[in-house]
Design a protein around this ligand. Structure first.
Ligand code: 5GP
Length: 218
């Protein structure tokens, strides 16, 4: 996976951040992802492929690449996914080529994927991956949010609530865990994590040349 990026205020090269956001659906992850993308020009979104049906308001190619099962299977066979998983009885996967292209063009990449995806990505890309998990303040609040967004039937909401409990149990597979009681506060936390991770010494591959220059001139 290509990961060298030139983006840095001092012109140092650094490795791109693979920034994973997971949460039970309804915990506010999509809102925070949108806020991050709007305020971080160096960050690009990985658009997953899925076999699930499109919801009202969703756009093919923007929210997901909506594909049928046959196409999804072909992509798996062609090794076109970095990771993929079964979620809610459907399949979801991260297409590999766009992620490589974004990293080589100097972007960090944002992934809205579940714990299975976070785990697989971490196995593949290790230290380049930062895994952030967002929790709802309570299960009652999660239920309220799922009901108020009016995109799912009662049956689907019940399944999402059951799945949320399972999803939450994987909190310890993440590097950072935040509670989204207030979206602005949670967003500020997530943004701080991204800023700090970009500055990690291990990502600053161009630092050696700079240090050599510094010590030479002293
Ligand atoms: P939804 O159907 O509500 O859009 O997404 C359901 C779940 O699938 C969410 O938890 C979301 O993070 C996860 N998901 C979306 N895309 C991917 C993907 O490419 N890989 C994996 N492993 N999970 C995904």
């Amino acid at each position: 996976m290509a990961t060298a990026t030139p983006a840095d205020p001092h012109g140092f090269r650094r490795r791109g951040v693979l920034f994973v956001l997971s949460s039970p659906s309804g915990a506010g992850k999509s809102t925070i992802a949108r806020m991050l993308l709007e305020s971080e020009p160096e960050l690009a979104m990985s658009v997953s492929a899925t076999t699930r049906a499109m919801r009202p308001g969703e756009v093919d190619g923007r929210d997901y690449h909506f594909v049928d099962l046959e196409r999804f299977r072909t992509m798996v066979a062609d090794n076109a996914f970095i990771e993929w998983a079964h979620v809610f009885g459907e399949r979801y996967g991260t297409p590999r080529a766009p992620v490589d292209a974004m990293l080589s063009s100097g972007k960090d990449v944002l992934f809205d994927i579940d714990w299975q995806g976070a785990q697989q990505l971490h196995q593949i890309a290790g230290g380049d991956v930062v895994r952030v998990f967002i929790l709802p303040p309570s299960m009652e609040e999660l239920h309220r949010r799922l009901t108020s967004r009016r995109t799912d039937t009662v049956d689907v909401i019940d399944r999402r609530m059951a799945r949320a409990a399972n999803e939450v149990s994987h909190w310890d597979g993440y590097d950072y865990v935040l509670v989204n009681g207030d979206v602005e506060t949670c967003f500020a936390g997530v943004r701080t994590i991204l800023a700090a991770e970009r500055l990690r010494r291990s990502r600053q591959t161009g630092l050696i040349g700079f240090i050599r220059g510094l010590t030479r001139s002293s």
